[in-house]
Design a protein around this ligand. Structure first.
Ligand code: DOR
Ligand code: ZN
Length: 429
């Protein structure tokens, strides 16, 4: 199959591209990049006015499959990913059963290969059943294609347990991704501890509950030499800890979500909108500003969604009983474009680093470049189109977005995975 993508504004800092050109694709690979290209027998797609970038990867996604398919499954979750402009996602292991051995990794990979709309890079649990008691079958999982280890949804509570897991698991060369939460300190905390938790009469989830484990995990990474990635960082002080670890030369990276950058605890009002209940919780306006500054200055390595689908009936419960999490795959690109690029805080080059290059690098999967020879995983978006979140529904099986009704700008129009279209003119293929 041959494709000729004409007249898009290509942005790929890894090959110093930032300008209008054509891309020729043959048999899943980029054949040529340049001006006035022609390609015999190719389907020609005019992309005038659109941006073309290396395929976006979201390295923090809950596909809920196996076992929680009433929220999402691999087909619907990767469908949402394609709609949002992603060519790949890293799936989280808090499935049912937990993805903590080679068989469950194999399940995720084979279902994704048969019905997925993007690549799925599975992560596997650090501890069996996410219980923090016994190291998972790391070698078995890696042999079956696991790209990273995480107990996401939980921090590994025992420092000795994390030390042993890192000491053992580092031989596989995979990154340890930490959800930082000291359960003893956080308890039943629902929202950020402070003025807002007091006003709403909800139990507080203090910043220190996250920061204690960020600092601890950095120290254990220093002790063991394992690669550490801090997930969904939400506080200014936590970010400073990562900044210091990087300055020291430790192999520490971190990620931030659109909801921790563009929403704050003040958005949770007397309506008790459970779509705004996330873990870690929405923090203060100062925290959100610090995370955005960290994205601009390079302290934050990757933007991820923590796409966490939950069914209507689950989110319709009282705030204390509703599960944590919001969906994000279909809004991330637009929110970043609207609030970071269009406001001049970051360039499209930096956006590509945050959403395409760094995620692949941290996960240790092959890079994609807009140059001859590369695999043709490509995202095309219209940077100007204005739309309202939720107005035309979601591809995800769940609808729990905290951004419903937000006016945003920019949306993926076309996506190619290995040269095969997964989104054409905004429609999932
Ligand atoms: O908000 C969240 N939801 N944070 C997590 O860490 C887990 C996730 C989920 O699985 O729903
Ligand atoms: Zn998490």
């Amino acid at each position: 199959m041959a494709l000729l993508l004409k007249n898009a504004h290509i942005v790929d800092p890894s090959v110093n591209l930032d300008g209008v050109a054509d891309v020729a694709i043959v048999d899943g690979r980029i054949e040529a990049v340049g001006e006035n290209l022609t390609l015999d027998g190719a389907e020609v797609i005019d992309l005038t006015g659109k941006y073309l970038v290396p395929g976006l990867v979201d390295m923090h996604v809950h596909l809920r499959d196996p076992g929680l398919e009433h929220k999402e499954d691999i087909e619907s979750g990767t469908r949402a990913a394609a709609r949002g402009g992603f060519t790949g996602v890293c799936s989280m292991p808090n499935t049912k059963p937990v993805t903590d051995n080679g068989v469950t990794i194999e399940y995720v990979k084979s279902v994704a290969a048969s019905c997925g709309h993007c690549r799925v890079y599975p992560s596997g649990a650090i501890t069996k059943g996410l219980k923090g008691e016994i190291i998972s079958e790391m070698g078995d999982m890696v042999a079956h294609g696991c790209v990273a280890f995480t107990d996401d949804g939980h921090g590994v509570q025992g420092a000795g347990m994390l030390r042993r897991a890192m000491d053992y698991g580092k031989m596989f060369g995979k990154v340890f991704m930490s959800h930082c939460q000291d359960e003893d300190l956080v308890g039943e905390g629902q929202v950020n501890e402070g003025v807002v938790s007091t006003r709403l009469g909800l139990l507080g989830w203090p910043a220190e509950g996250e920061e204690l484990q960020i600092q601890r995990d950095i120290m254990i990474a220093r002790l063991t030499g394992a690669k550490l990635h801090i997930q969904h960082i939400s506080t200014a002080c936590g970010l400073d800890m990562v900044r210091a670890a990087k300055a020291e030369g430790l192999p520490v990276t971190c990620e931030a979500t659109p909801h921790h950058m563009f929403l704050t605890e003040d958005d949770i009002t007397e309506t008790y909108d459970t779509n705004l209940k996330v873990n870690p919780p929405l923090r203060t306006a100062d925290d959100a500003a610090a995370i955005r500054a960290g994205v601009a200055d390079g302290t934050v390595d990757a933007i991820v969604t923590d796409h966490a689908p939950h069914a209507d009936w689950e989110k319709s419960r009282e705030f204390e009983l509703a599960p944590f999490g919001m969906i994000g795959l279909e809004t991330s690109l637009a929110l970043v474009n609207t609030h970071l690029v269009k406001t001049g805080q970051i360039s499209y080059q930096r956006m590509v680093e945050l959403m395409a290059i760094a995620p692949r690098q941290i996960l240790g999967v092959d890079q994609v470049k807009i140059e001859a020879g590369s695999v043709a995983d490509i995202t095309v978006f219209d940077p100007e189109v204005r739309w309202t979140v939720g107005e035309d529904g979601f591809e995800s099986r769940s609808q729990n977005s905290g951004f419903k009704g937000a006016e945003v700008c920019g949306r993926a129009t076309d996506v190619f995975v290995g040269g095969v279209p997964t989104l054409r003119d905004g429609v999932v293929c």
